[in-house]
Design a protein around this ligand. Structure first.
Ligand code: MG
Length: 253
């Protein structure tokens, strides 16, 4: 009997410790892989291929209303928000791909059902455009049947609020790092996704967030040393990294 209880206790302990392993998110996809580039369709595929729990990407709305996957606000000095989609087709990513439309990107993601979509809505020029890009994003995600595997993140409070309103069942996390976990909870959001510097300044926030039922994601941590440190931090659910394979190796140890 005692042995059985001991075995059960050990089993529960193992289960708890394995649950507390942080999940791996590839930042802008796995772009350091060969043939990849930041926010390229290849980068999502490569993140999924190596078994990342999720892959992050950034979304802007062009002047003529096309959501595209791209990180910077500008390309070659031109603002994405002020540019037509046709103009963007003059550019290539570092791996030779065109800048993907959100629809093309999501259609690739449909082929990889085990990799979550960490969908960053970029902060647009004003609240109206923040709302518009949020609405178009949720509409497309829902239409393509990806709602259950898409988590939204944004530096924009407006976008976070709008995303939460129109996709109340989706996870929405705030990126800017200027709100305490309690304030995030009051806004109805589901998580904090903060820079490692924010958690170094507020080391109590991850566990505070956990107590409130919020999910905790940290970005962007790279390299053996940095990743080993955050992998051991208390209260971190998800680590967003440019080095997903290094993190996977650290977690396995
Ligand atoms: Mg991003």
């Amino acid at each position: 009997m005692v042995n059985r209880i001991t075995a059960l206790f050990l089993f529960v302990l193992c289960a708890i410790s394995s649950f507390s392993q942080p999940l791996v998110v590839a930042h802008r996809g796995y772009w350091r892989a060969e043939g990849s580039a930041q926010n390229s369709i290849a980068s999502f595929k490569k993140a999924a291929e190596i078994g990342c729990w999720g892959s992050e990407f950034d979304v802007w709305l062009t002047a003529d209303g096309v959501p595209v996957v791209f990180h910077d606000a500008t390309i070659d000095g031109i603002r994405i928000e002020d540019t037509t989609f046709a103009t963007l087709m003059n550019y290539r990513l570092k791996n030779g791909e065109f800048i993907p439309t959100l629809q093309q990107y999501l259609q690739e993601a449909q082929q990889w059902p085990n990799c979550r979509l960490i969908f960053e809505v970029k902060p647009h020029r004003n609240a109206k455009r923040d709302a518009l890009i949020s609405e178009l994003s949720v509409e497309l995600v829902n239409m393509l049947g990806l709602a259950s595997r898409t988590d939204y993140i944004s530096f924009s409070k407006n976008a976070c609020k709008r995303l939460h309103e129109i996709a109340p069942d989706a996870k929405v996390a705030y990126l800017s790092g200027d709100l305490a976990p309690e304030q995030i909870k009051e806004m109805g959001l589901t998580g904090i996704d903060y820079n490692i510097g924010v958690f170094d300044k507020h080391p109590e926030w991850p566990l505070e967030a956990k107590k409130l039922g919020l999910e905790v994601n940290v970005w962007t941590v790279d390299g053996e040393e940095g990743l080993t440190r955050v992998a051991q931090m208390q209260g971190i659910d998800i680590i967003t990294t440019n080095d997903p394979e290094i993190l996977q190796r650290i977690i396995k140890k």
